[in-house]
Design a protein around this ligand. Sequence first.
Ligand code: ZN
Ligand code: ZN
Ligand code: ZN
Ligand code: ZN
Ligand code: ZN
Ligand code: ZN
Length: 206
Amino acid sequence: VNGSVDVVRRFECVCCTDSFKPEEVLRAPCQHYYCRTCVTSLVKACTKDESLFPIKCCKKPITATSLRSHLESDDLRDLFSLKIIEYNTPATRRVYCPKTRCSTFMGSLPSSSTREMTCQKCHAQACGICRGTAHVGKDCPQDKGCLEVREMAKRVGWQTCPKCMAVIQRVWGCNSMVCKCGTNFCYGCGATMLVCKGSCAKSAAY
Ligand SMILES: [Zn+2]
Ligand SMILES: [Zn+2]
Ligand SMILES: [Zn+2]
Ligand SMILES: [Zn+2]
Ligand SMILES: [Zn+2]
Ligand SMILES: [Zn+2]
């Protein structure tokens, strides 16, 4: 016996109970240890189930930074970072890709200046007001500014196109109107001509 025995401290993972070198484990605030494999499966589960966020041990949250540095894959690290942003955004302000097959989280509802949001994954556009598919070249039906214009238009007797909701003021002529979007509608009742066929009561009044 030469007297200089190297004793390397080993740490036991609370999940799998295997022992690891100090640099291989994450130390939780409660002084419990987790190996990389167990951190990875915890984080994986958390990206699929929001109720597991934030990840805790003994009711004390483990910081995202230490979790991230103990993950086994870069892809999971990126996904986890995105999920943290998503989970920290109030559910009522989360915008998801309108393409149901994609449904990627696109961020928080923007300030009123940005109308359209683009999905980083499939490049689909979402409306930054109603969170649905972007209304290319049209106003959002839920846009407050537009709602006010429409209310005002109704008061003064203007019509809105039943398809694109553009406000239209009739200058002269008959009730059959053609909007700039190509929709032919009745100025009397506001329905498309296919529906009204010029037969509504208001149509006769003009
Ligand atoms: Zn483990
Ligand atoms: Zn613990
Ligand atoms: Zn998408
Ligand atoms: Zn919209
Ligand atoms: Zn129109
Ligand atoms: Zn009509």
